[in-house]
Write a protein that binds this ligand. Structure first.
Ligand code: MG
Length: 242
């Protein structure tokens, strides 16, 4: 690092970093753990109906169906209310359970989900360390009501972020380049000077690289992409970046 120029820091691409955007779910906050705990709550609450399947099977099925539905929602094929209804309707169909109404399960799920939010291990300290050095922002796919509730629960995210971009508020989802362009405008720096830190190959790595941003891929696979910095835990990224 050059003295007197604290924002100039190199990655593999040797480019300057002037702004760092973070993905929220499964990068800073442990969505997957929260989802698993929420499905466990649902299984317990509806024990007479869901006890015939293992929690791992329920979660794997839910993840698979949900991922497809989010892609369809992102592509404008289905609406938000379709997504909210179909993920539980299809889950119950796949589990061959017809004794619970999908909307009753969906409501219980959403009520319990907020009880299980937490940081990914090491992410809170890393977020602050990075925010001490660079202007930072949040760029997340999701429903505005839920994502704002998460930012309210962990207020330091909102306090330190110079820019918060939630897909539903903009009307397009990652990896759509329009969302990255919107985030870029809010950051007020050239694309090549933005580092995006995220966990999803499709949304974050492909979306970020197509937008001309630098990308750090959390829990990624280095043999899949040679043009991003792959890291396994937050200490590794801090050592690389700061
Ligand atoms: Mg994510």
């Amino acid at each position: 690092m050059q003295p007197g120029n604290p924002q100039a820091r190199s990655t593999k691409t040797e480019a300057r970093i002037s702004f760092v955007y973070f993905d929220l779910d499964d990068t800073l906050l442990d969505h997957r753990k929260a989802e698993k705990a929420t499905l466990a709550d649902c299984q317990e609450h509806f024990a007479g109906h869901l006890s015939g399947h293992s929690l791992a099977h329920i979660q794997e099925t839910y993840d698979r169906l949900n991922a497809t539905l989010w892609r369809d929602y992102g592509a404008g094929i289905i609406t938000k209310s379709d997504l909210k209804r179909l993920r539980f309707e299809r889950l119950l169909t796949a589990l061959e359970v017809n004794t619970i109404a999908p909307d009753v399960l969906g409501e219980h799920y959403l009520n319990r989900y907020a009880h299980h939010w937490s940081w990914i291990e090491g992410a809170e300290a890393a977020f602050h360390a990075i925010a001490d050095r660079f202007p930072v922002g949040i760029l997340t796919n999701g429903f505005k009501k839920i994502q704002h509730a998460k930012l309210d629960r962990f207020p330091s995210l909102r306090e330190r972020a110079a820019s918060i971009v939630i897909s539903e508020e903009v009307g397009v989802m990652k990896p759509n380049s329009a969302l990255f362009a919107h985030a870029e405008e809010k950051a007020r720096v050239p694309p090549e000077e933005i580092l995006y830190i995220g966990d999803s190959l499709h949304s974050d790595v492909e979306g970020g690289r197509n937008a001309g941003w630098q990308v750090a891929w959390f829990r990624g696979e280095s043999d899949l992409r040679s043009d991003v910095h792959v890291f396994e835990d937050w200490g590794d990224l801090i050592a690389h970046l700061l």
